[in-house]
Design a protein around this ligand. Structure first.
Ligand code: HAM
Length: 407
């Protein structure tokens, strides 16, 4: 027996129904906010991902050489591809651009619950707007998408400037190391590293920053920084518009392209892999040959949302099972089409068992059985049996459709 590749999953119809229901809700919200769907290739030139993050990232990718000797990688995320596309195709379109995507991504990670090698992201990118309103729009959309998915979550919002300001006397490589420790809230690791660098003096302030929960505290720790006004403005828009979030200036985000606001969503009922959303303000277009354009976006970890939400009862669609006998077979798909056009799920029974046995089969999948035998075919009628009440009558196809669709 063949097994699936490690870290991948199959989805049966009921699971897909649940996934699509959430996805459709997210699409609806994004579209109503003015975002249009985009689609980029599943694989890209490897350099698209190494140009910002360095060669180190390759070990986390599905990277390969194709038959033409090109170095390619399955996308680990979509933001870089979307910005590449913007540089290739979108520069002439009036800004800001509001784009969204639903895409499978691939990361060579150690699989565990909520962490897969193939997973799906629902993402949003707002390209070419650099205002507090733009930051707030994206954060509020993130909150709305999580809310509509039915998960219990917390949203944390921060900004990289205060942390970068405190770390500004370190070399870039050292700054990255410290940010990684802070991001993981690994204060012991951070302390050890600061001691090695002879910079224990930073420990207190960095710890205080990660623990700070209001803006006055943050700016007392940093002193005056140029970004203060923008940060205060964004938060004030979020507050006055009823966004529910908490501040966390210890968020550093693992990806290397963020420049300003950063935010993350956490599900309350997941274990270690509880981050269900990540995003922030970034600049990438200039790396791909475009002019420097400020952007802001996020991606929802769709699979984690589905795990957190669990199975939810969805309304059953009205359904009929169509049983045909003898001459009835000649009309069976015409009858099915009439129900389908009226929005009813119509399944054609494919066996040659007796009508009684087929009705028992239909009862497992639908509320009504429609029988077309020789007589019905001759008279242009159908026999409709309500499987709940057991009542059956022979009538025209239009009347049968009307009865099944009646509210
Ligand atoms: P990210 O935080 O790397 O950000 O991924 C976004 C979300 O994808 C995570 O919060 C998580 O829920 C989900 N995720 C990541 N890895 C896995 C995995 N192995 N299995 C299941 N789910 C996973 C980005 O990818 C950025 N491109 C987001 C962004 C958009 N920033 C600006 N625009």
């Amino acid at each position: 027996m063949f097994q699936r590749a490690r870290g991948t999953r199959d989805f049966l119809p009921e699971e897909m129904r649940q996934r699509r229901a959430v996805e459709m809700q997210m699409r609806l919200l994004a579209e109503r906010a003015g975002y249009g769907e985009v689609c980029t290739p599943v694989f890209e030139n490897l350099e698209l991902f190494t140009i910002r993050s360095g060669e180190n990232i390759v070990k986390e990718l599905y990277a390969f050489e194709d038959k033409g000797g090109r170095n390619l990688a399955l996308r680990p995320e979509v933001t870089a591809a979307v910005l590449r596309m913007y540089v290739n195709e979108g520069k002439a379109i009036p800004k800001p651009l509001r784009w969204y995507y639903v895409a499978n991504c691939f990361r060579y990670e150690r699989p565990q619950k909520g962490r897969y090698r193939e997973f799906w992201q629902f993402g949003v990118e707002l390209i070419g707007a650099d205002t507090a309103l733009a930051d707030a729009e994206v954060i509020m959309l993130a909150e709305e998408l999580l809310r509509c998915s039915g998960v219990s979550f917390t949203l944390q919002v921060g900004h990289l400037a205060p942390m970068k300001y405190l770390l500004s006397t370190l070399r870039e490589e050292e700054q990255r190391t410290m940010m990684a420790f802070l991001d993981k809230r690994d204060f012991a690791g951070m302390r050890e590293s600061l001691v090695t660098l002879g910079r224990e003096d930073l420990e207190g302030k960095l710890g205080d920053l990660a623990a700070a929960r209001d803006l006055d505290e943050v700016f007392t720790i940093t002193g005056l920084i140029p970004e203060e006004e923008r940060i205060r403005e964004t938060c004030s828009i979020l507050d006055s518009n009823g966004c529910r979030y908490s501040l966390n200036f210890g968020i550093a985000r693992g990806l290397d392209y963020y420049t300003g606001m950063v935010f993350e969503g956490f599900a309350e009922n997941l274990g270690a892999e509880n981050q269900i959303l990540g995003g922030g303000a970034y600049r990438l277009a200039h790396l791909f040959g475009g002019e420097d354009v400020p952007s802001c976006g996020f991606a929802v970890g769709f699979d984690r949302v589905m795990v957190s939400r669990g199975q939810v009862l969805l309304p059953e669609k009205r359904a009929v099972g169509i049983i045909s006998v003898g001459e009835g077979r000649k009309r069976v798909f015409v009858v099915a089409r009439a129900f389908r056009e009226a929005g009813v799920r119509a399944e054609v029974m494919l066996t040659v068992k007796g009508v009684g046995a087929q009705i028992a089969q239909v009862a497992r999948i639908a509320g009504f059985a429609v029988v077309i035998g020789d007589r019905e075919a001759r008279e242009g009628m159908v026999t409709l049996k309500d499987l709940k009440s057991g009542v059956q009558r022979t009538c025209s196809l239009a009347e049968a459709v009307e009865e099944v669709t009646r509210p």
